[in-house]
Design a protein. Sequence first.
Length: 460
Amino acid sequence: MLFEKHLGVIDREAAQLCAVSDALWDNPELALGEYAAAELITDLMERYGFTVERGVGGIPTAFTATFGSGSPHLGVLAEYDGLPSMSQEAGIAEKKSIPGRDTNHGCGHNLFAGGSIGAVLAVKDYIEATGKGRITLFGCPGEEGGGGKVFMAREGVFKGVDSVVSWHPERMYMVRTRPSLANVKVNYAFEGIAAHAGGAPHKGRSALDAVELMNIGANFLREHMELTSRVHYAILDAGGVAPNMVQSHAVVQYLIRAVDMEAVRELHARIDRIAQGAALMTDTTFTSRVVSAYADLITIPTLQATANEAMHDIPLPVPTEEELEYAKALQATFRLTQEEKLLPPLATVVKDPAPPVAHGGSTDTADVSWNCPTVQMHIGTWAVGTPGHSWQSTSQCKASYAKKAMLYAGKAVAGTVMRLLENPALIEKAWEEHKAKVGDGYVCGLPADLEPEILPRSEK
Ligand SMILES: [Zn+2]
């Protein structure tokens, strides 16, 4: 195993890394309100000798922790936000919520943080020994809907970084090859005239009618857009609960996804025109406001190959009988595909990277990937087939095998970073691939005046 000496740091610090992961699980916080998590991690990074900057990108719970001052400058991402409506006890194979708790870690971001801290500790050991390079742990809050990295990218936090290596809890071990869709989320607020729906309907102009007609227009649009595009909506305000009123105010939110930001802009313009049509038809007016926007993920074959090599070089965790039993018991609570049924309950091999296939989702790591070459790894912290954002994934985020996978993730990330530091030609090649894909460069999809929706510090 390459860099075995430096990767050994992760084994030596395992108890501390697991303690961080468990502490985050025990005190879960929502997106852009991760005050305790950010404090815990930044204090720890200072004790480990990193230089910490808190509140980067205008977000109180975002941070950077850097070691070394040389070049190349590599980055590792950490996430630490929980999810709402995820209350669940750890380590059991039945749905059982924790009384008085709503938020919990259903996406494994507690593990994400622990593994990434381990990675930068191993890289620090390498930098101390060789004098090569610089490493930054980017504390990225608000992944669950907050778009934290997009705001950080808009403020230039990832500018000047030579490459970013990241990972995410998953059900398998594999370098991520699939891109993600760019998107924009827009609120359309219609204004009409209130009137008695029975007594004076001719005097009323219905904002709710406008929302309904807009949705019908969008339904017809779906036949005439790219197969890879997606348009979803939610009515945020239907104008009230009284049917004997003409609703004078209504708001619908559109989430518009497409393969890249340009395609999103085109589709967004078409949806705008549908809103105009709906307003014309109903004699109402509307305003629209962008509330979030994600880029599409730029994938870099050179970094994927480097990460794949590192993953194959590091021995995978071996599950115990007890761990397999627990994973099997969990699997009995959800549907497995035919393919999943043929696999052992916990992943035991590193899969070769799959050919990149279209995927309907989006990620805020995409905005990092527009600023510098970026690679992500899927790490098998959960039983095969586990649905993400579920009570089953939440239950497993404190499991012994999840922690073993987390430590492996730290080594795989560090192994990739150290390969890049050792061989800067790989970084040069990654930049060539990056430049060929991003063209004129990154334009953040967020309006310049849009502020992140930072949660207040909760009183304890
Ligand atoms: Zn996640």
